[in-house]
Design a protein around this ligand. Structure first.
Ligand SMILES: *Cc1c(COP(=O)(O)O)cnc(C)c1O
Length: 387
């Protein structure tokens, strides 16, 4: 069958491929220690589930407005004001089917054929595929491990062309856990304003930061920055609601209007009763988030200590999210070979860095138990010693 050329060129997600191989091994009865998870391992908090169940009982089973429930958009605007210092009207908020969908809508609404999008690398692997589908062109801005995997004003400047339209800023980041500091954000803001670049601030991991570090919302930096930024967030990571498929954006009105129209003809509003669960998440306070964050903080400290002590492994200490991207380049293997051999030999599943543009690195998620980390790291250490 003849297919659309752009869509046929999309690479299937390698993160999912490794997870399914690990699952198949476990099904055959082999012990598997997985560090491949891309989602929190906690259940969704009960008060959120109860609210969705109640909504079903109350008959909230019909279409919601295409941009999301009015109550939820108001609650999101209030949440952004209270916790992020961001002033958005509820009408500037669009709720979509996961932040992934939000990002997809943004690229579709923003990009003209050939428009360039700056993507700091290593990057979350879905960004370039979405840009491609929307007709844009990804321009990777390499950030070295020795620089803590951070881009600078200078490195961004070097990648600008007359076609540069947007920059994706993902802080805290997947797959590294990088959190940009306020002075670094200020330099990036200068870059964006001087070059008239739209900034897509993917802040989905914003509540997951450690050691008291702050992760300010990019749009708070100045009025000029606010006017050119679209803030992206969602419920998946902070509230452990990945399967609920709810994300949102807040941003400039023309973009919001275009996305509202697009969404009204594609998915329509996200699942109505799920949105009532999200409303309960925002109204219920952040104690449940803090509990999960404390568990992540403990695992992060332990995993970092183990990786840092391993011969032949380098590791930038992550300040946020729930990933680490240790370097394994000195083993003389690329990331796919390393991840494959490690899985076969020890049952330890990690994600190869290649699709994140980090072929000398592997991604480990610590959205798993302490026991998994302990045993998994013992085995990985043994594997490295045996090389
Ligand atoms: C998980 C993730 C998202 C989107 O998550 P949704 O479940 O679609 O809300 C967006 N950006 C990054 C960097 C992520 O890791």
């Amino acid at each position: 069958m003849k297919l659309n050329e752009t869509i046929s060129a999309i690479a299937p997600s390698v993160t999912l491929a490794i997870t399914s191989k690990a699952k198949a091994m476990a099904a055959e009865g082999r012990e598997v220690f997985s560090f491949a998870a891309g989602e929190p391992d906690f259940d969704t908090p009960d008060h959120i589930k109860e609210a969705a169940i109640q909504a079903l009982r109350d008959g909230k089973t019909k279409y919601s407005p295409a941009v999301g429930l009015a109550e939820l958009r108001s609650a999101i605007a209030e949440d952004l004001a209270t916790y992020n210092g961001l002033q958005y009207e509820p009408t500037q908020v669009v709720v979509s089917c996961g932040a992934k969908h939000t990002l997809f809508n943004i690229f579709m609404a923003l990009l003209q054929p050939g428009d360039e999008v700056l993507i700091p690398a290593p990057f979350w692997l879905s960004y370039p595929e979405m840009v491609r589908v929307a007709g844009g062109k990804s321009v990777f801005v390499a950030a070295a491990e020795s620089d803590g995997f951070k881009v600078t004003k200078e490195s961004l400047q070097a990648a600008v062309t007359p076609k540069t339209r947007a920059l994706i800023l993902n802080s805290p980041s997947n797959p590294i856990g990088t959190v940009y500091e306020p002075n670094e954000l200020a330099a990036i803001a200068e870059f964006a304003c001087e070059n008239d670049v739209v900034v897509i601030a993917d802040e989905i991991y914003q509540q997951m930061v450690y050691d008291g570090v702050e992760s300010p919302s990019f749009a708070t930096l100045s009025q000029d920055v606010y006017d050119r930024t679209v803030t992206v967030n969602g419920f998946s990571k902070a509230y452990s609601m990945t399967g609920w498929r709810l994300g949102y954006l807040a941003g400039p009105m023309p973009l919001v209007k275009a996305i509202s129209a697009l969404q009204s003809h594609s998915t329509s509003g996200p699942t109505t009763f799920a949105q009532y669960g999200a409303l309960a998440a925002l109204k219920g306070g952040r104690d449940c988030v803090a509990e999960m964050r404390d568990a992540f903080a403990q695992r992060r400290a332990f995993l970092y200590e183990r990786l840092d002590a391993m011969e032949g492994v380098t590791c930038v200490k992550p300040m946020g999210a729930f990933y680490m991207l240790p370097g394994i380049g000195s083993c003389g293997m690329d990331s796919l070979t390393f991840a494959g051999k490690l899985l076969d030999a020890t049952g330890v599943a990690v994600v190869p860095g290649k699709p994140f543009n980090a072929d000398a690195n592997i991604r480990l998620s610590y959205a798993c138990s302490m026991d998994n980390i302990r045993e998994g790291m013992d085995r990985m250490e043994g594997f490295l010693k045996g090389l």
